[in-house]
Write a new protein. Structure first.
Ligand code: WTA
Length: 643
């Protein structure tokens, strides 16, 4: 069957776009490729405020990069202060909607005041440049306020997703050695209160390094406040002024650390710095989302993940757009919540995940049909490959057939979008993230680092440093080198496989390491396994991702219990809940399969490939000669899938 024709950008769209043709894209790409330093240097000067200019654009001692060396700047200044002398001063910076339906519109000027006031609160508690904060909050305006206040003073923040457990929160507080935790009494999710302060209390009980905990009021549930350590957000604010100049920070000052799953049990603290991150967050808003002054932009992610950092908070505010922020669950109180929000605020650009789209498909197109979605002009997708059926549905029922879809590939590590169509230029092939952005030297290679020919499959890599790249892993340079820079010589190994088709389009195929992608959330096999074996009944566990219609992948855990333990439903439920406690509810395995032994090589390595085959096909093929105990496979394969 011949491949369907690519979708060309609508004519009207191309006419007004930041990049309006493939020729224009290719020219930009070539310029950047020929002289990356000149390319990024020019943009950094033109797009951002610098207190002091840099002396050297790039200092690259592989794998360690520094961008705009010697330059000083401030993210909070670039997101706020510089807009206040323009027509943007009374423009909505954030339109917020809470799950119960309460709303707030915050202008740039008002946001500036709130950020300055909260920065003064942090200052008064003794925090300053170089301090570290943990932010564990619901999706309420205080969350970006806290981030921007930290950025204003040079306090490195780490936002922890509100779905994480006390145990996961504790690990992050300790690893970052944070002295302050900023949280809220609770947040709303599916009509219920998520008790964030209670979880924080549990975590802080084992974190003596935490000197202060600031608590915003959201749900007004009963909470405990420990005298001397815990403070009420508004009481502190009442004591300070709303004037607070932005601190001049080195371009390489660490803006934030965001923990993400890796191939071992310990989460990795991805470190992003200031100058380079700012630049690419800013440029991707213009190139990929084609931002216009009058746009209302909605990235429906959670700020607890990198997508929310770059495309709810920093990117949108850098370019002075209006960013929509929604607190709650997508189908609450009814499956049309998203479409209601788009209609109500006349959203122009929607950025969401394939998992969400597949869930909406299941709910039915009668829900979007109830609302006027004609304000939309552009759609985006992120987090996992988008299957063509979901692409088509999104295009037709949400985009009304008129909106281009930008399928954006990137990672926590890359800081900003790396591979994506440009909506006014790139002919779209549903399921392909298409081409790299200017300045991003993407390649598809074999294990030796050689480019595979067009039409071939291989590992996705990035060959040259880019401004928004992560600089290291917090406190672990050796792991940074080993995980990302040593697998394939001389390049950044992203951990995904990809195919480049005959037209040069890139198709990301998914992870090649032991990282799973469940509903767009990264989970590591090792992290889940170490959580399971901590349970007193468990002897051994092996976790794999199984293809799942709705969530992309689902977690299946093979568990061997200690002698005398019962392999019944009650135990399976207890183990699922246990993972909820150890990591977070979102990480609970969909299936627990009990087995009396796990398939292993002679050297004792669990053969996950075989387990994967068992759950997908119930049969095992290929080479199993290294297996220690063949009978294990037969027993596992004979088990009935519970679904
Ligand atoms: C996957 C999220 C295919 C990929 C921004 C990557 C994608 C991981 C896409 C990073 C896409 C993200 N197409 N796969 N458009 N976007 N991925 O760190 O496996 O949470 O390595 O960052 O998600 O996930 P992370």
């Amino acid at each position: 069957m011949p491949a369907p024709k690519p979708h060309k950008p609508p004519k009207g769209f191309a006419k007004n776009a930041t990049v309006g043709s493939m020729a224009a894209y290719e020219k930009l790409y070539e310029q950047a490729d020929r002289n990356p330093e000149a390319f990024w240097g020019k943009l950094a000067k033109q797009e951002l405020h610098w207190f002091k200019p840099w002396k050297k654009t790039l200092d690259w001692k592989a794998p360690f990069a520094k961008w705009f060396v010697g330059g000083t700047t401030n993210m909070s200044y670039n997101c706020l202060d510089r807009h206040l002398t323009t027509a943007r001063k009374n423009k909505a910076a954030i339109i917020w909607e809470g799950e119960p339906g309460d709303t707030e519109t915050i202008t740039y000027q008002e946001l500036h005041r709130r950020v300055c006031r909260f920065a003064n609160v942090l200052k008064k508690l003794g925090l300053r440049k170089g301090s570290r904060s943990i932010i564990y909050m619901p999706m309420i305006p205080e969350l970006p306020v806290a981030m921007l206040a930290c950025a204003r003073l040079g306090i490195t923040h780490s936002v922890v997703f509100g779905g994480f457990s006390a145990e996961a929160l504790k690990t992050r507080i300790i690893d970052l050695d944070a002295t302050v935790v900023i949280t809220a009494d609770g947040g709303w999710r599916r009509g219920k209160i998520v008790p964030l302060k209670a979880t924080t209390d549990e975590a802080m009980a084992e974190c003596p390094g935490v000197k202060h905990c600031i608590v915003a009021r959201r749900t007004n549930n009963d909470i405990k406040m420990k005298k001397g350590r815990d403070h009420d957000w508004s009481a502190l604010e009442a004591e300070v002024s709303d004037v607070c100049p932005a601190v001049e920070l080195d371009s390489e000052h660490p803006l934030y650390v965001l923990y993400t799953s890796g191939t071992t049990g310990k989460p990795k603290g991805i470190v992003h710095t200031t100058g380079g991150y700012q630049l690419q967050a800013n440029m991707s808003m213009k190139w990929v989302f084609d931002i216009k002054e009058e746009d209302t932009f909605w990235c429906a992610a959670d700020i607890g993940w990198v997508t929310g950092h770059s495309y709810i908070v920093y990117g949108p505010l850098l370019v002075g757009t209006t960013t929509v922020m929604y607190e709650g669950a997508p189908a609450h109180p009814e499956p049309d919540r998203f479409w209601r929000i788009i209609d109500k605020y006349k959203v122009n650009i929607l950025y969401t995940s394939p998992t969400a789209i597949r869930a909406f498909i299941r709910m039915g197109e009668q829900w979007p049909k109830k609302h006027d979605l004609s304000s939309l002009r552009l759609l985006g997708s992120v987090g996992e490959p988008i299957n063509p059926a979901a692409w088509d549905w999104y295009h037709e029922f949400i985009g009304g057939g008129r909106c281009p879809i930008v399928d954006t590939w990137w990672q926590t590590e890359t800081g900003s979008i790396m591979i994506s169509p440009l909506p006014g230029a790139t002919p779209l092939k549903p399921g392909s993230a298409t081409f790299p952005l200017p300045g991003v030297a993407v390649d598809v290679v074999d294990m030796a680092g050689n480019s595979v020919p067009k039409g071939g499959e291989g590992y996705l890599v990035i060959r040259k440093p880019w401004p928004s790249m992560f600089r290291t892993l917090w406190g672990d340079k050796a792991r940074f080198k080993k995980t990302y820079w040593s697998q394939i010589p001389g390049v950044y190994f992203v951990g995904d496989a990809a195919r480049r088709d005959k037209d040069g389009y890139i198709w990301v195929l998914g992870r090649v390491d032991d990282v799973m992608n469940v509903s767009g959330h990264r989970l590591s096999t090792a992290e889940l396994e170490s959580a399971l074996v901590k349970h007193k009944a468990v002897a051994e566990a092996a976790v794999i991702g199984k293809p799942h219609e709705l969530t992309g992948q689902a977690v299946v855990a093979f568990v061997t219990l200690k002698q005398g333990q019962k392999t019944d439903d009650a135990m399976a439920n207890a183990l699922r809940d246990w993972v909820g406690v150890e990591i977070g509810k979102f990480a609970r395995p969909e299936q627990i399969r009990f087995t009396d032994a796990l398939p292993k090589t002679r050297s004792g390595k669990i053969m996950r490939r075989l387990l994967r085959e068992i759950v997908t096909s119930d049969k095992v093929s290929g080479d199993i000669t290294t297996l220690e105990d063949l009978s294990v496979i037969n027993r596992l394969a004979g088990q009935q899938d519970e679904e």
